[in-house]
Design a binder for this molecule. Structure first.
Ligand SMILES: [Zn+2]
Length: 475
């Protein structure tokens, strides 16, 4: 009996991992394919699941199909390989390029954290170990295999798949699966993360073209629900952004922006460039402090087939962001530390986006205690992360074992999201050519998934269920 088992991103937004087992009538286990292999982030009880083994041995998994290069979708791949997985990992060329920087960086961060905890003895684990190392992450890259958007890839006589565009980040895709199971042909759709609608005015600054693939057909859908209970503001965020930056600069403060190194950082620097060139904000130094930033920009420039018209126009007019005057990309720790001594108004964009690790920790330790500074969130903050605590205006936040007071101004602009909100999801779901027998909602906090389920049942009259962690459902 073929089934899907939800091994992550069920009841939470991180750790995406969905196992398809094609089964077979003889009772032997069939082909076993993982859709995404993400890292759990955020709350401790979820993060601890990164240390659990998969319910079936990693070496018995035949293949991984990867929707996109965000860590909550790809960050567990090195661990899967460490535990014995040796199959192909299918992804689009931009996703493979992005994983080539994001996974080794993740290994490096985990080694750094383990070293720090061992030095300060601030972990209850002795010794604290990395989930995987930089080297192990690099080794895992050899299993990646290109699958182009639109091409059909056959994994076995009973299972083939095709990537279609999700328009979430560079290279991101949904996965259409054709499955011969229980003597029936079944079509499954795994959405991964779903990007914004095609209207640029409500999704400003998209680097990649917007709008997920329309006109889908599926018997069963596994769909994300990150923004299931929130509607993105529809007004243009640029005037508010300009005002926030201007007033911070006027009082001599700095702007610190925690941002995902991939996509969000690129999107944000394009917007800053636009605001500066059009005189809406003063010219001030901009630092992109992420070891990945330069490589990520290079990957973006390489894959211009994915650009939105806005991005094409920006690059035509201003050239590569790496050469813009006043914009500095810090790659070494020394360059990063130098930013600490820049006192004049400055904009620092650094990762990780949810303040779970990385160089943003040092910038926030230095700049959070001062009221003249501004911490600006432009991305989703999962409960349990430091980013969530700061955004919720807590009095203090624990960074590297010490409590840092939060006295800086804290602001958040929700319009930069790369996830569709409920009206946008409905708009996309209305383009389906059929009504799927069942839709399972994943990748959402319980309230978000629950509200989206109710909305879909009411508006579309679809059968919708919220997936549970480790739940197995028949195909
Ligand atoms: Zn994503």
């Amino acid at each position: 009996m073929a089934y899907i088992q939800f091994l992550g991103a069920a009841g939470t937004v991180t750790g995406s991992k969905h196992l398809i087992n094609t089964g077979d009538p003889s009772g032997r286990s069939g082909l076993q394919v993982l859709i995404d292999c993400g890292l759990f982030q955020g709350q401790k009880d979820w993060r601890e699941r990164n240390w659990h083994d998969t319910p079936i041995p990693a070496k018995e998994i035949d293949a991984v199909i990867l929707t996109h290069a965000h860590l909550d979708h790809c960050g567990w791949i090195p661990r899967l390989v460490k535990e014995g997985f040796r199959g192909p990992i299918y992804a689009t060329p931009p996703t493979i390029d992005l994983c080539g920087i994001i996974l080794p960086d993740s290994g490096h961060l985990q080694e750094e954290d383990a070293r720090f905890y061992n030095k300060t003895k601030k972990s209850k684990h002795d010794p604290a170990l990395p989930l995987y190392t930089f080297e192990e992450a690099e080794k895992s890259l050899q299993y990646f295999k290109v699958a182009h958007v639109g091409d059909t890839v056959t994994l076995s006589p009973e299972l083939s798949f095709r990537f279609v565009r999700a328009a979430h980040i560079l290279g991101s895709c949904m996965v259409e699966i054709s499955l011969r199971a229980n003597e029936q042909n079944r079509r499954l759709l795994f959405t991964g993360d779903i990007g914004r609608v095609r209207d640029h005015k409500v999704a400003p600054g998209k680097v990649v073209h917007s709008g997920p693939e329309e006109g889908e057909t599926a018997d069963l859908v596994v769909m994300e629900s990150t923004y299931g209970n929130r509607i993105h503001p529809k007004e243009d965020p640029l005037p508010e952004l300009a005002e926030l930056i201007k007033t911070t600069a006027q009082r001599g403060g700095s702007v610190v922006v925690p941002a995902f190194a991939i996509e969000r950082t690129q999107k944000f620097i394009f917007i800053l460039k636009h605001l500066m060139e059009s005189g809406q904000i003063p010219r001030m130094p901009v630092f992109c402090d992420s070891p990945m930033a330069i490589k990520a920009v290079e990957i973006f420039l390489k894959h211009d087939e994915e650009y939105s018209e806005e991005t094409r126009e920006m690059i035509r007019r201003y050239g590569s962001p790496l050469e813009w005057p006043g914009f500095t990309f810090a790659s070494t720790p020394e360059e990063s530390k130098k930013i600490n001594s820049v006192l004049s108004p400055v904009i620092i964009i650094s990762s990780s986006g949810m303040v779970t690790g990385g160089r943003i920790l040092h910038h926030l330790t230095q700049r959070l205690p001062e009221p003249k500074n501004l911490v600006l969130f432009i991305g989703f903050q999962a409960p349990g992360t430091r980013g969530f605590a700061i955004k919720s205006k807590a009095d203090e936040v624990k960074i590297y074992g010490d409590f840092v007071p939060i006295r800086a101004q804290v602001a958040a602009l929700e319009q930069f999201s790369d996830h569709a909100d409920p009206p946008e999801l409905l708009q996309w779901l209305h383009t389906f050519r059929n009504r799927p027998a069942t839709t399972y909602l994943v990748h959402g906090e319980p309230d978000a998934s629950g509200q989206l389920r109710d909305l879909m049942q009411r508006e579309l009259e679809w059968k919708v269920q919220v997936a549970e962690y480790k739940e197995k459902v028949g195909v």
